[in-house]
Ligand binder design. Structure first.
Ligand SMILES: Cc1cc2nc3c(=O)[nH]c(=O)nc-3n(C[C@H](O)[C@H](O)[C@H](O)COP(=O)(O)OP(=O)(O)OC[C@H]3O[C@@H](n4cnc5c(N)ncnc54)[C@H](O)[C@@H]3O)c2cc1C
Length: 497
């Protein structure tokens, strides 16, 4: 590699990363007439945002029903409670009070994305997670529309330059302020100076290899777990910002383990090779519409399926042992349970479940088939078909009496025992890094002395402080839109570009 190719100074902003955080910030800046160069290290837009399957949160939105009676205060309280005292209250306030505006920006005249279906996910006191009624999962639907808008800008105006397969390597820092970046494209180092740099490089859940591994540094105990993220999720922004400009990283040991990563099988019931490290996520939506979890150890339920993700994961780890001689050859230390949905609830998420079945992640079958899966996982099990039948009969009684000993308050439809069920095998998987670069309420990155690092912003999963010890489902997409908007506004007023 030769010397750096120095590009003309940009009278605008460099945005790094094309997930929802990067795309929102870019569009918000462009809408204000500010020039943007967008760098993305892979060859396609979307990052993990494109995989989001449950939806985006919003309180007091036009899509929530009147009986729902949600409020910004309730959303704020749920977020603080879920964050276990670690979330920064000013960031939570910004997130929640701007949530309806975020839904409006996405679903209004400008972008027109369908977000009309609202579900209650784990840890939420109200139904507030929005998605569309069509076939596309919400993350993909949102990223596609934003990408279309950006294409218009890049075709019609001089204001946007997009560079794919361009990877950030260094932040340029002179006179105590960030003034540009160094990146690699086609084996060539490039240098470009700009008025401000926005890091939107995502989390570090796939940072498990080599000396730079942030998981090894902060959570070596998790290295053996599977994960739901894409390979690109290597924490570049966090690492580079700390190394080059002394950014403060907070809550880096707070990693969310999602309770339900699918165990993928081949049509002949063998374990798919992709099933080892990289998991397809079983969206929380599937529990939200009425799905229940059943232990292969006891044949019974063992948790309020709509508790926060940390609680459900702990319960699976304690209650869902499998045996060494299981049919699939899965290591004995892995914890697996069954997720089961009845026919009427299936109709509420038909597109999702049909897709999962197409991928051999979920199956349609009778209680007898469920009993077979339990035996496959634990060949010496005492659990019989009748035990599973009783679990469903008891659950139907709970729905009628609303008195669940695990504390579940929201239920789907009763199971009809004569009908086929939809079920899959799921296991806890690394999903989201709550920690990252400390920011203030304007998205400005902070240094280790608690001061703003001039001209550096962090938006989305690369930042830390919003979710604390546990993120609520649906709040990550929201964080990207809210803070991308906040940063767009802040830059436009501060720099008068
Ligand atoms: C399977 C799955 C389902 C999910 N479902 C939901 C959901 O329903 N609701 C919800 O709110 N959240 C959900 N999440 C979480 C959410 O999707 C992400 O956490 C969030 O979208 C992060 O957005 P982001 O823009 O910060 O990062 P990302 O979307 O991950 O984007 C980061 C981008 O930065 C690029 N990048 C990284 N390093 C560099 C570099 N050095 N140079 C240039 N570019 C770089 C990456 O290639 C990537 O394109 C889900 C996550 C997963 C994995």
């Amino acid at each position: 590699m030769g010397g750096a190719l120095v590009e003309p100074d940009l009278e605008g902003v460099i945005v790094i990363g094309s997930g929802l955080a990067g795309l929102t910030t870019t569009l918000q800046l462009l809408q204000k007439g500010i020039k943007v160069t967008l760098l993305e290290k892979t060859d396609k837009f979307g990052g993990n945002s494109a995989k989001a399957s449950s939806g985006i949160n919003g309180a007091e939105t036009k899509f929530q029903s009147e009986e729902n009676k949600d409020s910004i205060e309730a959303f704020q309280q749920d977020t603080i409670k879920s964050g276990k005292g670690l979330s920064k209250p000013d960031l939570v306030k910004t997130l929640t009070k701007n949530s309806a505006a975020a839904i409006e920006w996405l679903s209004g005249d400008y972008l027109g994305i369908d977000l009309s279906k609202v579900t209650k996910l784990g840890g939420h006191s109200h139904a507030r997670t929005h998605r569309g009624g069509g076939k596309l999962p919400p993350g993909f639907a949102i990223i596609s529309e934003l990408t279309k808008k950006l294409e218009i800008y890049s075709n019609e105006a001089e204001n946007l330059k997009i560079k794919k397969q361009a990877s950030l390597k260094k932040l340029l820092f002179e006179n105590n302020q960030v003034n540009g970046v160094e990146y690699i494209l086609d084996d060539q180092i490039h240098q470009i100076k700009a008025k401000a740099v926005v890091l939107a490089t995502g989390g570090f859940s796939a940072s498990f290899d080599g000396d730079k591994s942030l998981l090894k540094k902060y959570r070596p105990d998790l290295l053996n777990l599977p994960l739901t993220n894409g390979v690109q999720t290597t924490g570049d922004g966090q690492r580079i910002a700390e190394r080059d400009v002394g950014a403060k990283l907070i809550h880096m040991d707070q990693i969310q383990i999602h309770p339900t990563g699918f165990v993928q099988l081949k049509p002949n019931d063998e374990l798919s090779s992709a099933a080892n490290k990289w998991k397809f996520l079983c969206g929380e939506l599937i529990r939200g519409i009425g799905g229940i979890l059943i232990s292969p150890q006891t044949g019974g339920r063992f948790v309020n399926e709509l508790s926060t993700r940390d609680i459900v994961t702990d319960a699976i780890n304690k209650n869902c042992h499998i045996s060494q001689n299981n049919l699939y050859g899965i290591e004995e230390d892995k914890k697996i349970c069954l997720i089961v949905v009845g026919e009427k609830d299936y109709l509420k998420a038909k597109n999702h479940i049909d897709f999962y079945m197409f991928q051999n992640l979920m199956f349609k079958g009778t209680i007898k088939d469920l009993a077979k899966r339990v035996k496959d996982l634990n060949p010496y099990t005492e659990v019989k078909e009748d035990d599973l039948k009783n679990t469903l009969i008891n659950y139907n009684k709970i729905i009628k009496s609303q008195g669940d000993r695990y504390g579940r308050l929201d239920f789907g439809h009763e199971f009809i025992l004569e009908q086929e069920l939809y079920y899959g095998l799921v296991t806890p998987s690394i999903h989201f890094s709550m920690g990252g670069i400390e920011i203030n309420q304007y998205g400005q990155a902070q240094n280790k002395d608690g001061q703003v690092i001039p001209n550096l912003y962090a938006v989305g999963e690369v930042s830390g402080g919003v979710h604390g010890g546990n993120r609520l489902g649906g709040s990550s997409l929201l964080e990207c839109v809210v803070f991308g908007t906040v940063v767009g506004k802040h830059i436009s007023t501060k720099y008068k570009l």
